[in-house]
Design a binder for this molecule. Structure first.
Ligand code: NAP
Length: 304
């Protein structure tokens, strides 16, 4: 058993997947959970999410060996302030936030002496949110990045690593700034581009809504899936990973202008070379086992 008592704060997509993942492999003793709304707490009770769903955050974290903050990035600091007086000496606090520097700056100052803070980020998720959207297999074969501070307690880091590996993840450690830049490239900027593309289609009056929906070939359809992601979570990601996202968007805009120019001037070589390079990246992702090579992502015909 890796931890006797775990507290999940926030009972949405990631927390519920963690609960089922921890139970699947019998990794921990008891799991207590807390969510801010009575509605989410009731749903959690109804579906058996957590061994105990607490009505107060204090009850959830008291005596916990591991506290996992599973709330939007923008409220991590407030939640840390609320739990701080109730944390047990020797406990570990971790989080699953998609941005790391801002979370470390917001949460770190509230962590009492004798409590370990080991930030982490599972690179797994779907466009769904809420307590009923989690499933045990979410983390299988996916990376979890642990972002320990200098001088972090090695035993606390090793235990958290064991927990994520037990839930099926591959684990790496990284510093916060590098994490935020890598994620700006691989996740944050692509989400913003998807939001934009879907917004453009929505604005284009000459193409009717039913045409956009009925004829959404795979490219646009995949954008709509990404653009259906939780608005609160993504608002917070962009507001807290501002610098890295703006840096990547600046580069993106330059490349887009170059491609625009190639189309206007009929520079087929430029387009062909560019698309050959990007195709190799897709091959690399498949070879690394991070996606399927099946046509149309393995979707069967007719299935959304
Ligand atoms: P989610 O399904 O929307 O769940 C969020 C939970 O946080 C809910 O229980 C919600 O409570 C609670 N919450 C929201 N605002 C709050 C506030 N102001 N104070 C206290 N609690 C609040 O979100 P999620 O997808 O699990 O994301 C949680 C964290 O994981 C985020 O930091 C996100 O960046 C990170 N993450 C997400 C993904 C992904 O793809 N979804 C992947 C990796 C990491 P109520 O239900 O009561 O409203």
């Amino acid at each position: 058993m890796i931890y006797e008592r775990v507290a999940l704060i926030g009972l949405g997509h990631i927390a519920s997947s963690m609960f089922w993942g921890m139970k699947r492999a019998d990794l921990v003793g008891e799991v207590y959970g807390f969510a801010r709304s009575a509605e989410t707490r009731q749903t959690a009770r109804d579906i058996g999410l957590c061994d105990r769903v607490c009505n107060t955050i204090e009850e959830a974290v008291t005596d916990a060996d591991l506290v996992v903050l599973c709330v939007p990035v923008g409220v991590m600091g407030d939640v840390a302030e609320q739990i701080a007086p109730h944390l047990k000496a020797g406990a570990t606090v971790t989080d699953v936030g998609s941005v790391k520097r801002a979370v470390i700056d917001a949460v770190g100052p509230h962590i009492p002496k004798g409590v370990h803070f080991v930030p982490a980020h599972p690179l797994a998720g779907t466009e769904h949110s809420g307590p009923t959207s989690g499933f045990a297999e979410l983390f299988d074969g996916r990376w979890c990045l642990i972002v320990p501070s200098d001088g972090a307690d090695e035993a606390a880091v090793a235990k958290l690593r064991a927990l994520w590996e037990g839930m099926g993840s591959k684990v790496n450690t990284m510093d916060a700034e590098h994490h935020d830049l890598v994620l700006a490239v691989t996740s944050h900027a692509p989400h913003l581009i998807a939001y934009t593309m879907v917004g453009v289609a929505d604005d284009l009056q000459r193409v009717s809504d039913s045409e956009v929906i009925n004829y959404s070939a795979t490219g646009f359809r995949d954008f709509t899936r990404i653009a259906a992601s939780d608005p609160t979570m993504w608002r917070d990601v962009f507001l807290t990973n501002k610098e890295a996202t703006l840096e990547i968007l600046g580069r993106f805009t330059e490349e887009l202008f170059a491609l625009q120019r190639a189309i206007r001037t009929g520079d087929g070589d430029h387009l062909h070379d560019y698309f050959t390079r990007t195709r190799a990246i897709r091959r690399g992702i498949i070879e690394a086992g991070q996606d399927t090579d099946a046509p149309n992502f393995g979707r069967t015909a007719g299935r959304k």
